[in-house]
Design a protein around this ligand. Structure first.
Ligand code: B12
Length: 449
């Protein structure tokens, strides 16, 4: 049996980082432990001293897994996280002093730049996508992987995903909820690549799961009960889009409602389509805290350009349903998409002014261009270039257009801080231009067909 350390690089203390509960490596821990391996999680929120004290690495490990969640800091004004990941890993490897360890990298941020990070972090194996099955195979025969040239491997689905009940470490959950009372513990309900075609989104590459599986409802409820019974009241369903399969989402919400766990609050990323009144009614009184949707723009042409699979009519209908059932919608927008103009900003802001209440808007400026996305291809930038925080080029007037067209009732401190950070941060960032319009290309393909 192998001795495995799983290091949560996402918990490093570094500018612009706000660590969240690491459910990805918690899943891997549980799977490896059920295989009989000895597994320890190294988390710097739990053990801040270990960020600089590397003595633990010299205590006989066979495999060290390193997880990278976010590639960039949340605060756009801060420097990239990547140099911090590299520095920590290098120091740890130096401290290991040539010990016979298989170094493996993974995680959502890692998956986007797997080849580049595998090389830069001097890893034996870099994993794209889900990690539990591949880590299980690697740890079952560490010798077979040792000594081979470093390589990138694609993760495989977890065959027991449907019925596996996660038992997260209560100590680790306590660490994360004590740091931030608004923290939510992540719970997966489904595994499937998102069917929507948003041009900026890399989910299909990160999840590597087109087949997809839905959790068995009794297992899901058992997991939620476990979190609840351990004293935690806030959860986040981590599916890319919670209601992408509306029938299943309804079953989940009905089951959560039927459990009637006092004080339980939950949230998730939703889509306004599919979303109907029956679903809104189920959501009401289920403990749902916020119904987050991300139309990104509310200008029809811009929504088409960034590949949204719904339009402003669906957003309007969604808001009507929320109002009718006393739900709390939150509409997330990103200004600065390809070919954004004063007119598209004005149209978006007009929709906001007409349809949203003051606390329902989340506004960001600037699209981070990621590899493995249509937007990445639209700019022609290489993966190596995109490792540096890189944004879609936009007219610097965008900030002014927002202030000119958005009702002042939306100008909260949070929104002003976001915009100020973007204004300063984006000046220092690499930018890339769209080489063509995705919407026009799609239209031409349809016309030819
Ligand atoms: C749910 C979610 C959130 C929720 C999380 C809720 C919660 N409490 O858990 C919330 C809303 C808080 C959130 C916020 C943000 N998120 Co988010 N989020 C997601 C989402 C949709 C799912 C993540 C998840 O939990 N999946 C389920 C777990 C089980 O999977 P996992 O962590 O990926 O782990 C698996 C594999 O990665 C792998 N693996 C993981 N570690 C390791 C280690 C090894 C060694 C190996 C081999 C494998 C491996 O195996 C695991 C099991 O299969 C992803 C997109 C996606 N489809 O993955 C984005 C994603 C992770 N988020 C992202 C970002 C950018 C953010 C924000 C910065 C957005 C913002 N501007 O505010 C913030 C940052 C939050 C923070 N403080 O760190 C990016 C990160 C990559 C990047 N671009 O840098 C993603 C990929 C989306 C994207 N746009 O690209 N997010």
């Amino acid at each position: 049996m192998a001795r495995v350390a799983l290091v949560n690089l996402a918990s490093l203390r570094m500018p612009g980082n706000q660590p969240i509960f690491p459910l990805g490596i918690e899943r891997i821990r549980q799977v490896l432990q059920s295989d009989g391996h000895e597994v320890e999680i190294i988390d710097f929120c739990q053990r801040p001293d270990l960020q600089t004290d590397h003595a633990w690495i010299r205590t006989g490990w066979d495999v060290v897994g390193l997880t990278i969640r976010n590639i960039d800091p949340i605060d756009i004004a801060c420097e990239s996280h990547v140099p911090h990941y590299l520095e920590y890993t290098r120091n740890l490897q130096d401290a290991a002093d040539g010990a016979d360890i298989l170094w493996v990298g993974g995680g959502p941020g890692f998956s986007l730049f797997a080849a580049e990070l595998t090389e830069a972090m001097r890893l034996s194996i870099g994993v794209v996508g889900p990690g539990e099955t591949l880590m299980s195979r690697i740890c079952a025969d560490v010798g077979a992987h040792a000594g081979s040239p470093s390589r990138v491997m694609t993760g495989a689905p977890d065959p027991r995903f449907e019925t596996r009940v996660m038992q997260y470490s209560p100590e680790l959950m306590e660490v994360y909820t004590a740091r931030d009372p608004s923290a939510m513990i992540g719970v997966e309900t489904r595994r499937k690549s998102c069917y929507q075609g948003c041009t900026y989104c890399p989910y299909a590459h990160i999840t590597q799961d087109d087949g997809g599986t839905c959790r068995a409802i009794p297992s899901l409820i058992e997991e939620i009960r476990g979190i609840y019974d351990a004293g935690f009241r806030r959860i986040f369903f981590t599916d890319g889009i919670f209601n992408a399969e509306l029938r299943f989402a309804k079953q989940v919400v009905a089951a959560v409602k039927a459990e009637a766990l006092p004080g339980l609050q939950w949230s998730a990323y939703f889509t306004p389509k599919p979303f109907d009144d029956e679903f809104a009614e189920l959501l009401s009184g289920s403990g749902n805290d916020t119904v987050i949707v991300s139309p990104d723009s509310l200008d029809p042409a811009m929504m088409n350009e960034i590949g949204k699979s719904f339009d402003v009519r669906h957003v309007r209908r969604f808001l009507d349903s929320c109002r009718a059932h006393a739900l709390n919608p939150r509409v997330s927008l990103v200004i600065g998409g390809p070919f954004e103009s004063e007119q598209t900003v004005a149209n978006t802001m007009a929709f906001v002014n007409d349809h949203l209440r003051d606390n329902e808007l989340a506004l960001n400026v600037g699209y981070r261009v990621l590899p493995e996305t249509a937007m990445g291809r639209q700019t022609g930038a290489t993966t190596a270039e995109l490792l540096e925080p890189t944004f879609m080029e936009m007219d610097p007037q965008v900030f002014q257009w927002i202030f000119d067209h958005l009702d002042s009732r939306f100008l909260t401190t949070e929104l002003m801080l976001n915009i100020t950070a973007a204004k300063h941060g984006l000046k220092r960032r690499n930018t890339v231009k769209p080489k063509f319009s995705v919407a026009r290309k799609r239209q031409m393909r349809l016309t030819v067909a």
